[in-house]
Design a protein around this ligand. Structure first.
Ligand SMILES: Cc1cc2nc3c(=O)[nH]c(=O)nc-3n(C[C@H](O)[C@H](O)[C@H](O)COP(=O)(O)OP(=O)(O)OC[C@H]3O[C@@H](n4cnc5c(N)ncnc54)[C@H](O)[C@@H]3O)c2cc1C
Length: 418
């Protein structure tokens, strides 16, 4: 988001300095060296409605790196793996009655057609879903996903937020029978790097390992920022870091803004990556509802983006206050290995080539009902200071494409002189 915003500002003839606290650019979309394989910290798929991303790829001459693939989806339900994601799979699924299946399909079609989310912004997600598909279908298809991703917040989410997720994936299908997602050859990193190179070629400065520490103001107006102990003079500061960090370097925001920031909760992720000798399944995405498995799903990334090894991701979502959030990485890895061995009993220890755990505290904002009203304004009470983060995608789902959109919006707002 910071890069997209900076690039847009440079196109408008502003001088830009990007500060990044991490040792690399990219945040959640950055890559790392997974024992010789360069791969993203978290899995990324692209949907056919990710228009801001397509526009940016075109501008950076990367459209030829965008690949589309027909993928398959599985559903591991109480000890058995079912094919999922097509009407015939739904009809064959033995654990739901016909009426529930029809209601489930109608709910997806309904969500796909919604254009104005304001009414659903005020509604709670699980009640909305239960009303459409019934309690039994909710328990089978949705309950573990809400519980394992949102824990104590499972029944505090906005229906608009879950609705746009359903719609995004549904609109990305080529037909009722064909699920299709995109990826970037070389990973999301090639996009981030191309954006950096373009900005540097235009004279922009990008500094890593340089956390913003203190906003400098004079008579209520921004005049600089301190990072790594050094002061950089500027007339505008735009924050795209997780909102919760903002009060640390901008404590003089208005108490109402500080209160709004404090009230927004986030879910962290502890994501297990396994490199396997052979694929676990043919599925890209597998939802899991099994009483003995504490995982919401498995993303077999290389069934979307084929690489030299088979890589799967298993996300454990939880607020950072959860007792397991700081558990040792090996605990998560051992648990995932035992789960995948149950799904594929022929998988032996020698099939597991490497394992790793990546973590991020701000993986998902908890978007509660009435969330539009709960977000503090992008233009803050401090003149020359603007802020947004991934919460501002709302009601849209989390995506790189949304970060580009919000980044551009920030640049537009910050460019207007008041
Ligand atoms: C498990 C998971 C799966 C995902 N799947 C997909 C997917 O399939 N498709 C998709 O499009 N998107 C997906 N996403 C979302 C996508 O990765 C994010 O929406 C996007 O990367 C957000 O980028 P950002 O720059 O807006 O925010 P962030 O990634 O949160 O970046 C914020 C940056 O701020 C930096 N920072 C923090 N404090 C400071 C400071 N004081 N000074 C300077 N810098 C600071 C951080 O180091 C970080 O680099 C997924 C994310 C996760 C976690």
């Amino acid at each position: 988001m910071g890069l997209a915003c900076g690039y847009e500002l440079m196109k408008r003839d502003h001088e830009v300095l990007v500060l990044e606290a991490d040792d690399r650019i990219g945040g959640m979309s950055a890559s790392f060296d997974f024992d010789g394989l360069k791969i993203e910290r978290f899995y990324h798929f692209i949907c056919s409605t990710d228009y801001p991303l397509f526009e940016a790829l075109e501008e950076l001459e990367l459209t030829d790196k965008l690949r589309w693939r027909e993928t398959r989806m599985g559903f591991y339900y109480q000890g058995r793996l079912y094919e999922w994601g097509r009407p015939d799979c739904l009809l064959k699924f033995p654990h739901l009655d016909f009426l529930s299946k029809v209601r489930y399909a109608l709910h997806v079609l309904h969500a796909k057609r919604i254009e104005d989310w304001t009414a659903l912004d005020r509604e709670e997600a699980t009640s909305w879903i239960k009303r459409w598909i019934g309690r039994r279908a909710y328990n089978v298809l949705w309950e573990p996903l809400f519980r394992l991703k949102f824990h104590e917040y499972a029944e505090c989410l906005s229906a608009a937020w879950i609705g746009t997720r359903i719609a995004r994936v549904a609109k990305s299908r080529r037909s009722m029978f064909s699920e299709r997602f995109g990826y970037l050859e070389g990973g999301s990193e090639i996009f981030v790097e191309a954006l950096c190179s373009r900005m540097q070629a235009m004279g922009g400065q990008i500094m890593v390992k340089t956390p913003a520490q203190q906003l400098v103001t004079e008579n209520g107006r921004v005049c600089g920022i301190v990072a790594n102990g050094q002061r950089y003079a500027c007339d505008k500061v735009i924050s795209t870091v997780p909102l919760k960090y903002v009060p640390r370097f901008a404590p003089d925001l208005h108490p109402d803004e500080l209160a709004k920031i404090k009230a927004i909760e986030n879910i962290g992720v502890v994501c297990v990556l396994l490199k396997l000798k052979r694929p676990l399944t043919d599925y890209f995405w597998m939802n899991v509802n099994d009483a003995s498995m504490p995982i919401p799903g498995i993303i077999e990334y290389t069934n979307l983006n084929p690489l030299q090894h088979n890589v799967l991701y298993v996300p454990y979502y939880m607020p950072k206050t959860h007792p397991r959030y700081r558990a040792e990485s090996h605990e998560f890895i051992d648990e995932v290995i035992s789960c995948i061995k149950r799904i594929s009993p022929s998988l032996t220890d020698d099939c597991i080539l490497s394992s790793r755990v990546t973590r991020y505290e701000f993986a998902q904002t908890v978007c509660t009902p009435d969330f539009f009203a709960k977000l503090p304004a992008i233009r803050t009470s401090l003149e020359g200071f603007f802020m947004a983060d991934t919460s501002y995608y709302y009601p849209e789902d989390r995506s790189i494409s949304e970060s580009i959109k919000v980044g551009k919006k920030l640049a537009e707002i910050a460019s207007v002189n008041t």
